[in-house]
Design a protein around this ligand. Structure first.
Ligand SMILES: Cc1ncc(C[n+]2csc(CCOP(=O)(O)OP(=O)(O)O)c2C)c(N)n1
Length: 368
């Protein structure tokens, strides 16, 4: 296994001391080490932003930045990789560290399988050279391969397999912004919505919790569209449903990291604002589903942002009592945006949906 601290020391002593990216579960020990030890680690809204931030760092210092991401983030990064740092454009070196979910031959969730199969071909198609990092890879050799490319002002990628990093537990954990348990809050929301409401829920643990709450309550899953990939796009899926089915109330259940990833959708949603669309954000100020790394949502009032965009009937709640009142209001159409401040953490025995994404889609469509 590779010791996260050892890799960090080797990178920083070689001048690669500017870190940015979006966290990933396969890289969580390395991301945690950076978070604890680096004074320049910026978790960006999305992976494309991280490539651009690293490019800016290079312009100012002449030193390449290190960008970490899950392979699902390559899609977000393609534009700046091709039109900014590429050797045919500005020729800016950057070291990408990419977690390889869905590696062929390993079992993973459906949304990772195609991405896993396409990870190396995608990187090759972008014309970027890479090394696959294994548990017993020689760090010095990896770094000398990367340094040679970076010196020639080219990007380089470390594609990191599952289980490569040795354990490192985050010490600098930001305090929780609320004492409300997320799953308990979700249960209050589910119980308070009208039975015929449609729900579109976000990537990560929230959709898994929704699935289990339905099981526990002996309720159908048919009116829930559980988004498993496409982080940050859930409110647009919900909006598409709401516009085209004005007879049903549609609730988007979102996470703060997901909202921030494509925050522009708040502005567009507010400009459309059909009466049947409502947006509920569970804000734990963290990317909890992939290791609890912080987002900036502890210092951003998302309700005020939504209001400034035009979703003016919003509420921000901290307690169960406030939540119950707010859920009644949003279910009755008296609010269109609700931000629930919750604490980090989920049940260790949280399961995964036992229905496939295609089955989920078909049942959801039939329910309309
Ligand atoms: C484009 C993309 N980047 C990164 C990921 C990995 N990922 C899955 S869930 C998640 C965190 C989501 O955070 P948030 O919306 O705040 O919800 P929470 O996990 O806190 O419940 C991340 C980073 C992903 N699925 N897709």
């Amino acid at each position: 296994m590779i010791d996260p601290g050892k890799l960090y020391d080797k990178l920083t002593s070689g001048g690669l001391d500017f870190f940015t990216g979006v966290p990933d579960s396969l890289l969580k020990d390395f991301c945690a080490y950076i978070e604890d030890h680096s004074s320049s680690n910026i978790i960006t809204a999305n992976e494309g932003n991280a490539v651009a931030l690293a490019a800016g760092h290079y312009l100012a210092t002449g030193r390449p930045g290190v960008v970490y991401m899950q392979n699902s983030g390559i899609g977000n990064a393609v534009n700046p990789l091709i039109s900014l740092v590429d050797e045919d454009v500005y020729k800016i070196p950057v070291l990408l560290i990419v977690g390889w979910r869905g590696e062929p031959g390993l079992k993973d969730e459906p949304q990772h399988m195609k991405q896993g199969k396409l990870t190396l071909p995608l990187i090759e198609c972008l014309g970027i050279e890479y090394s696959v990092v294994e548990r017993d890879s020689d760090i010095d050799q990896l770094l000398s391969q990367a340094e040679e490319k970076l010196k020639n002002k080219k990007p380089y990628v470390f594609v990191v397999k599952k289980g490569v990093f040795g354990p490192y537990k985050l010490k600098k954990i930001k305090p929780d912004i609320s004492s409300l348990n997320k799953e308990a809050a979700l249960e209050i929301v589910v119980a308070g919505l009208r039975k015929d409401s449609l729900i579109v829920s976000t990537t990560g643990k929230l959709s898994r919790e929704l699935f289990e709450i339905r099981e526990k309550r002996n309720e159908t899953h048919n009116r829930d569209f559980l988004t498993v990939g496409s982080m940050g796009h859930t409110s647009q899926i919900a909006m598409g449903v709401a516009i085209s089915n004005p007879d049903r109330d549609v609730f988007c259940l979102d996470g703060d990291g997901s909202v921030i990833m494509h925050m522009g959708s708040l502005a567009v949603n507010a400009s459309i604002k059909p009466a049947n669309f409502r947006h509920i954000v569970f804000n734990n100020a963290a990317h909890d589903s992939v290791g609890g790394q912080p987002t900036v949502a502890d210092r951003v009032d998302l309700t005020a942002v939504a209001a400034a965009c035009g979703m003016g009937r919003g509420a921000r709640v901290l307690t169960e009592e406030e939540l119950k009142v707010a859920v009644e209001r949003i279910a009755g159409g008296d609010l269109d945006f609700l931000e629930i401040l919750v604490k980090k953490g989920a049940r260790p025995d949280l399961g995964r949906p036992t229905i496939s994404p295609v089955m989920c889609k078909e049942k959801f469509m039939e329910s309309m």
